[in-house]
Design a protein around this ligand. Sequence first.
Ligand code: 13P
Ligand code: SF4
Length: 347
Amino acid sequence: MIATDQEIELEADRLLRSLMNVDCDPRGKQWNYEACRDIAPLTLEINRLKREKEAVILAHSYVEPEIIYGVADFRGDSYFLSLKAREARAKIIVFAGVVFMAETAKILSPEATVLVPDRDSGCSLADSLTGDQLRRLKSLYPDATVVCYINSTADVKAESDVCVTSGNVYHIVEHLPAKRILFVPDRLMGDNLRNELKQRGVDKEIITSDGTCMVHDQFSPTDIAAARDRYPGLKVVSHPECTPEVAAVSDFVGSTGAMMKYVKNTGAPYYLMLTECGLVGRLQVEAPEKAFIGGCRLCPYMKLNSLQKILQALRAPEPQQIITLDEDIRRRAARCIERMFELSPTD
Ligand code: 13P
Ligand code: SF4
């Protein structure tokens, strides 16, 4: 359907009110009225198709801001979005994020058609461990409780006892009865977990596999020391996928949702966000009075999402954009994720 000039102008105004604050794109994207007017026909058509097809769009905070503020119904971290996927009564869920997130949505909402805008939107963590490799690891530690980070394939979830996210990993593992935990696939989050449990006086053995996040494993304590010298009063905010050396010298470590909450509720002259750059974009929109320093790191997989691909998937998805799962794997993976919901802190 062709939008009128007046509809396009109104939509451009709506987009500009959010996007004008985003200036952290390392590729130099400027969000002015013309840029918003250029994408307005796309966001109008996507939002119209959503109503027509009873679709919802879930967007992780790392995807491009025009998706988050232009067409997403829900935006947030992995935990929040899995809750929204589980509650969704929509016929179609479009997941603007990465494939493991879309798989999680399909596991929790099997009746919905779940679409991923780009099938190549992998994740260095999820891609680091297969179900077969986990089965072999489990045979080496038959007495361990298997805990998988949500950044994992459906196969890996099906082989695990309980799933966790960056927001509940410490709480859930602390309260598991087992002494020996096989934690997959994030080695660095496993190291942070071991340190945190020690600090809490909890005695557990944490065995890890060898995956890392290609974005978060790049940050170093040297960058932090240099930034602190230059910006007195700086708060350093990091994600538990960073190294333990980075976590040790950060002011706050948490999920992307918790990082946002921390910044919104803390008065500091400057913030250094050790995570993917999309989160800084969200904060520039939702906490425009805050000042962020430091460069941007992009997740190449998250950045494969675009308005054009979302529109195409909604109009006529290619077979590879539709998430399908073996029913036995789906059912076992669902048990592992439901266990997470039962064990998560309630706040
Ligand atoms: P969050 O659940 O904290 O958003 O983390 C997801 C992720 O992929 C971080 O790299
Ligand atoms: Fe995976 Fe890292 Fe990208 Fe998150 S930022 S989706 S962990 S590669």
